[in-house]
Design a protein around this ligand. Structure first.
Ligand code: ADP
Ligand code: TRP
Length: 330
């Protein structure tokens, strides 16, 4: 049995990228390992959300975690800011993280490019807080999508550097994990890049989207004028549609549209209609459970309280050890 930690930032509702990149693994892993799954609300503060909207997002993610099948009785489910030990470890780990390596981080450079008006120090040290999230429970496996690979490499560097500096094996090395071995990147509907909530409108399918919204978004997905030669390689926008189909449709359906593509008589309208219906079918049970759990304040409050208690128990042990190693405990 290994220790598993993962989190998702509470910046809105969860989408199919989050589901297939992360949550699908959480659900499988919870029965096999010692699991800690949390809502990264402190990480979400880098974008300065308004308090009401921020509170609502945290609640939404919790509801969607539960709706997706996370069982608070078998795994520890908590909100990052409820565990102050994480923030203290973050401060201590900042002493072994170098500004140079943080500045070279791809996601930081991407933020500078997209939001040059809000490059706060929280964005720069984002990977340090993420490392603290993981190593506070001494986790070795971290179920995340492909976009998080570099952050995990940084977490390993910080953990190893700390061990080396204090000549103690405090932290094991954490690795990004996916059941199929390959880390997943779910494409968006706008013809390029990944599905993400901060991408353009209509790029992501949310777990809570209604059937009408899903149909509308999928029918608007970017396509081209169609193949002209049998067996041609697919351009990115079309390959994205096939990748999405691979996640939600049956083998027969996928084979049918692959054949149509290869024979150059594919009708994108038909393919999108089928994809939308399969996405609706896939998300249907989730949507129903979201609506039920949404109303259950008692359940949500109980989960939050229990989770914080269990997470703090594990986190405070590690923090005590860290403080002793550093020489902070008198
Ligand atoms: P977003 O990109 O929408 O802001 P997050 O960055 O909060 O989502 O991602 C939370 C988790 O979901 C991470 O493990 C991340 O790797 C995974 N994830 C997000 N988008 C995708 C995607 N398109 N494909 C695969 N995994 C994804
Ligand atoms: N950085 C992750 C993301 O954007 C979220 C995250 C924060 C996380 N802390 C973590 C993921 C710890 C795994 C483990 O998706």
């Amino acid at each position: 049995m290994e220790t598993v930690v993962s989190g998702i930032r509470s910046t809105g509702n969860l989408h199919l990228g989050n589901y297939f990149g992360a949550i699908r693994n959480f659900i499988k892993m919870q029965h096999e390992h010692r699991c800690f799954f949390f809502i990264a609300d402190l990480h979400a503060l880098t974008t300065h959300p308004k308090a009401d909207q921020f509170r609502q997002s945290v609640r939404n993610v919790l509801v969607e975690y539960l709706a997706a099948g996370l069982d608070p009785e078998v795994s520890t489910l908590y909100i990052q800011s409820d565990v102050p030990e994480i923030s203290e470890l973050y401060l201590l780990m900042n002493m072994v993280a170098y500004v140079g390596e943080l500045e070279r981080c791809t996601s930081f450079k991407e933020k500078i490019r997209k939001h040059p008006d809000n490059i706060n120090a929280g964005l720069l040290t984002y990977p340090v807080l993420m490392a603290a999230d993981i190593i506070i429970h001494k986790a070795t496996k971290v179920p995340v999508g492909k976009d998080q690979e570099q952050h995990l490499e940084m977490a390993r560097n910080f953990a190893n550097r700390f061990n080396h500096l204090y000549e103690k094996d405090v932290f094991p090395e954490p690795y990004a994990y996916n059941f199929g071995n390959q880390l997943v990147k779910v494409p968006g509907l706008d013809g390029s890049g990944k599905m993400g909530k901060s991408e353009g409108e209509g790029n992501a399918i949310f777990l809570a989207d209604s059937p009408e919204v899903i149909r509308k978004k999928v029918m608007r997905a970017v396509t081209d004028s169609g193949p002209t030669e049998p067996g041609q390689t697919k351009p990115e926008s079309i390959s994205n549609l096939f990748q999405l189909m691979n996640l939600v449709s049956s083998a027969d359906t996928i084979a049918f549209f692959e054949e149509r593509w290869n024979a150059c008589d594919i009708r994108y309208g038909d393919m999108k209609k089928q994809l939308a219906e399969d996405m609706i079918l896939f998300t249907h049970p989730l949507r129903e459970r979201i609506a039920d759990i949404q109303k259950d304040d008692d359940l949500l409050n109980r989960v939050i309280r229990q989770g914080a208690e269990k997470a703090r128990e594990s986190a405070s042990k590690t923090l005590h050890e860290v403080r002793t190693v550093i020489g902070l405990n008198r």
